[in-house]
Ligand binder design. Structure first.
Ligand code: NAP
Length: 274
């Protein structure tokens, strides 16, 4: 078994972005003060500092009306000094998520959540790519793991991870199965996988009896256990004994998500500057 060192691969991507030497600026909009969001925003800020990008956080109160959020997005769209922007999720429940995600210019949508960018990404023609799914594909490629012809099983069908990742694996010529909470015989589906991706949000859900010997296992899940210890969707201790490759949590997929975001910001700069 080999651990896939996401930290190392992410650092290599950040080094490449830094070497490109472009003066980019990432803007983050935070509505409210969700503590987990603040942790994620600080990681993005740190990555910007590492590659020499400017960073600006726009904070709005939790009870901001939709019109105020949209007005801020319009301001960001019109600001030539801002290369890329993120509207940090989760949003407060009263906001219309779809309208917000569509308001940000696709050219600045470095999270790849605008329907236009999602469409291009899953058709295999996008420049800006969904951060976590693209991070997973990059990990496989950078480790020299072939995807074409392999059976890939993705557990989870969210719009930000499972669904786009399944379509991106398909674009890489894997034979793809998507599983979710209504899947019957989930363990059996998982055991068919040459490449098994867990994007569920349920700690240690994937156990060794659900994994084929020699499978490649990507663990996207991030859960906080009591005592604040971070844990993935895969029972690392048992699964690492039979997988050929496995991503640890932390230090696997997570750092790649941030690295792809920063790379997307550079691509956004290239889209604007030709
Ligand atoms: P989500 O929107 O809650 O989706 C979870 C998916 O898992 C859903 O499709 C759900 O099925 C499925 N699921 C839940 N329980 C299941 C079960 N018992 N059996 C089979 N499928 C089940 O979550 P998400 O945004 O995709 O995130 C998933 C995990 O990845 C979370 O832990 C999140 O924190 C983490 N994450 C990590 C990164 C990173 O950079 N490492 C980035 C994003 C997310 P239904 O559709 O049927 O409900």
């Amino acid at each position: 078994m080999a651990d896939i060192n996401g930290k190392m691969h992410a650092q290599a991507i950040l080094d490449e972005v830094r070497a490109a030497g472009k003066k980019c600026k990432l803007a983050v909009v935070l509505v409210g003060d969700n503590p987990a969001s603040i942790v994620y925003i600080n990681m993005k800020k740190k990555a910007c500092e590492q590659v020499g990008f400017d960073f600006e956080l726009f904070k709005l109160p939790e009870d901001s009306p939709q019109s105020e959020v949209l007005a801020l997005i319009d301001k960001i769209n019109d600001d030539d000094g801002i290369t890329g922007a993120i509207i940090q999720q989760p949003f407060p429940a009263h906001l219309n998520k779809g309208e917000i995600l569509e308001r940000l210019s696709p050219k600045k949508d470095v999270d790849c959540l605008h329907p236009q960018n999602v469409g291009l990404a899953v058709s295999g023609t996008g420049r800006i790519l969904p951060c976590t799914p693209a991070g997973c594909i990059k990990l496989l490629k950078r480790e020299g793991i072939s995807i074409a012809g392999k059976r890939a099983v993705v557990v989870g069908r969210s719009d930000i991870v499972g669904k786009p990742l399944a379509l991106m694996l398909l674009a890489e010529h894997a034979t793809v199965t998507i599983c979710h909470s209504r899947t019957e015989n989930l363990a059996e589906e998982c055991r068919n996988a040459d490449i098994l991706v867990a994007a569920i949000g349920s700690p240690k859900f994937i156990t060794a009896d659900m994994v084929k010997r020699g499978a490649v296992v990507l663990d996207v899940g991030v859960s906080r256990l009591a005592g604040k210890k971070v844990c993935g969707d895969v029972d690392y201790e048992s699964v690492s004994k039979i997988a050929s490759y496995i991503t640890p949590v932390p230090g696997g997929v997570g750092p790649m998500t941030v690295a792809v975001l920063i790379e997307n910001c550079l691509k956004a700069w290239e889209l604007t500057h030709g």
